[in-house]
Design a protein around this ligand. Structure first.
Ligand code: RM4
Ligand code: MN
Ligand code: MN
Length: 427
């Protein structure tokens, strides 16, 4: 299924009077404060968020999976789904592949297919947390940190192969997330495991093209329950610093223990020029893979407040970060879920753009926490939804993507095309 511009235009026409009214209201308020609304709209339009190829099927837990039907069966169909999302929201113009779940076979054809949807290839992801059928050594006791050099070699080679796939597609970065760790005290030598990980990463780093970046993810627990080799941002930063200039830390929102001050981590990494990428999701307890903004929208705003400050800092050495959604839960239609996630990210970004930075800085210098809170919450409590909708409409996308998804019967069409029992590769 492909969505035609005219279908979207005719849906937009019906919603237009309402939209006009609310857009004019916020425009007047913001222009009154000296903020250029058109510039804001353009910034929102150029903020693109990559969709991971494993998020288009229904996610599972270790207890069960309840697929809803019409799931993409091939990489081409996954690209089609991201294309549908991008047609609806004009904000998800990239796809991130997980290898070996999604190995491109005919490169030229896959590239042309993505280009026909105006999609780019974002970071490629390696997978040494599962054993594949044709694999010689098992990752049961780790991969890059393994005690056996042959296992480490196999994991290094896999990462090098992922880089080759990414190069062929035009990706420019590799994301490494390791499950490596232990479940019982005494099981693993912390120091040796970290040293081996660093040595293995060095081999991978050396195998990257000169214009590539490596993003190193961290996670405090899961799938192992006692220790994770790269448990936190500090460990990731340590590895990235020792690897070299093109290695960075990647922050995944779900990979923190409860109450961690993630916005402070963002600020620190950006100060060091070491924040490479971001994985968005939301959670109540751990790595719950819930829709972005579903639980803690204020935290998301505070994180964006730091991101925007870092991005606007002219002295900053931090590169423009890679943005990706990393969530795939088992209740919602995955495509509706992704539409909601993209919107939540854009809302937090737009609100952070509204923060009066000079006034905030003055309040901080004057040690005035009351005023600092007023300034932040004034931005957070501004209803910026009409700005996001306007950004979409100007880019020929839907004023209301979720409503359009339903009115155009996207899922029903996909079930008709692919069947009720189709299953996507992934978790
Ligand atoms: C991990 C981590 C990685 C993702 C896998 C599927 O928890 O977030 O980024 O690739 O899940
Ligand atoms: Mn992640
Ligand atoms: Mn995760």
């Amino acid at each position: 299924m492909r969505i035609d511009k005219n279908q979207i235009n005719s849906l937009n026409k019906k919603a237009l009077p309402d939209h006009r009214e609310s857009f004019e209201y916020i425009s007047q308020r913001l222009e009154g404060k000296g903020i250029s609304v058109q510039k804001l709209v353009q910034k929102i339009q150029s903020f693109q968020i990559a969709i991971p190829s494993w998020a288009l099927g229904t996610g599972g837990t270790r207890f069960g999976r309840f697929p809803g039907g019409g799931e993409p069966r091939t990489l081409e169909e996954k690209i089609d789904d991201v294309g549908l999302l991008h047609a609806l929201n004009a904000g998800s113009g990239a796809i991130s592949l997980h290898i070996p779940w999604d190995i491109p076979k005919d490169i030229a054809q896959i590239k042309a297919h993505a280009a026909s949807h105006k999609l780019l290839f974002d970071a490629v992801n390696s997978n040494t947390f599962q054993d594949q059928a044709d694999q010689e050594h098992s990752y049961k006791f780790g991969s890059l940190c393994h005690t056996d050099a042959q296992v480490r070699k196999q994991a290094v080679n896999h990462n090098l192969e992922v880089i080759r796939h990414g190069e062929a597609l035009g990706s420019k970065s590799l994301t490494v997330w390791l499950a490596d760790g232990s479940s019982f005290p005494g099981q693993m030598n912390f120091r040796k495991a970290l040293q081996r990980t660093l040595d293995s990463l060095k081999e991978i780093y050396a195998g990257m093209p000169d214009d590539w970046k490596m993003f190193i993810e961290y996670k405090p627990y899961e799938p192992y329950f006692y220790h994770t080799v790269i448990q936190d941002w500090g460990t990731s930063h340590l590895l990235a610093s020792q690897l070299g200039e093109r290695a960075y830390t990647l922050v995944d929102l779900g990979h923190h223990l409860p109450n961690t001050n993630i916005e402070q981590i963002v600020a620190t990494l950006m100060m060091q020029g070491k924040l490479g990428g971001f994985h968005f999701n939301d959670s109540k307890f751990g790595d719950d893979d819930l829709t972005v903004g579903a639980m803690k929208p204020y935290q998301l705003f505070l994180i964006f407040n730091e991101l925007v400050e870092g991005m606007q800092d002219k002295e900053s050495r931090n590169p423009y970060p890679a943005w990706m959604i990393d969530a795939s839960h088992n209740l919602k239609d995955p495509m509706e879920d992704l539409l909601q996630s993209v919107e939540a990210i854009q809302l937090a970004y737009a609100q952070a753009l509204l923060v009066d930075r000079q006034a905030l800085e003055d309040a901080r210098e004057a040690n005035d926490p009351v005023l600092a809170q007023e300034i932040l919450q004034d931005a957070f409590r501004t209803d910026v939804r009409p700005l996001i909708a306007e950004a979409r409409m100007q880019a020929d996308a839907a004023l209301d993507p979720v409503a359009a998804f339903r009115k155009l019967n996207v899922r029903e069409n996909l079930v008709r095309e692919r069947g009720k029992k189709s299953m996507a590769t992934g978790l």
